[in-house]
Ligand binder design. Structure first.
Ligand code: FES
Length: 140
């Protein structure tokens, strides 16, 4: 089996799909090459992520990683969510085939992009904290 059971579960019934009204941070990342787009909505209270939703126009691995990544950041302080790596998301999904690893980078970047938007709305320069949000390196 190419995909783990967990990946199949999150692909078949993804968690946290949709939009959040009055989101405190919205991020959108995409890859011009594979055409996948991910939009992330975060609700943040007192620097804690209280809700997260996403919309992914993309492959199954991108959907499964967004589902898992949103589960993982919910209830976490912003500072911890910033440390979430695509590697941790892939591990939580019991792995991804090597050629689909880049899809998990999209989820990590979507969260960082939403947090960057959150900081900007707070009047804080996000760059030293969030860093550069680049393109999915494996796709480009
Ligand atoms: Fe899945 Fe690029 S093919 S994100």
């Amino acid at each position: 089996m190419l995909y783990s059971e967990k990946v199949m579960e999150h692909f078949a019934s993804p968690h946290n799909v949709g939009e959040l009204e009055n989101a405190d941070g919205i991020g959108e990342v995409g890859n011009a090459k594979c055409g996948d787009i991910m939009k992330m909505y975060l609700k943040i209270d007192n620097n804690v992520i209280t809700d997260a939703k996403f919309k992914t126009f993309g492959c199954g691995a991108a959907i499964a990683t967004s589902s898992m990544a949103t589960d993982m950041v919910k209830g976490k302080p912003v500072s911890e969510a910033l440390k979430l790596t695509n590697k941790a998301v892939v591990e939580a999904l019991d792995g991804l085939p090597a050629q689909k690893l880049h899809c998990s980078v999209l989820a990590e970047q979507a969260i960082r992009s939403a947090l960057s938007d959150y900081y900007t709305r707070q009047g804080i320069d996000p760059l030293p904290i969030v860093g550069e949000i680049g393109e999915c390196a494996s796709c480009s």
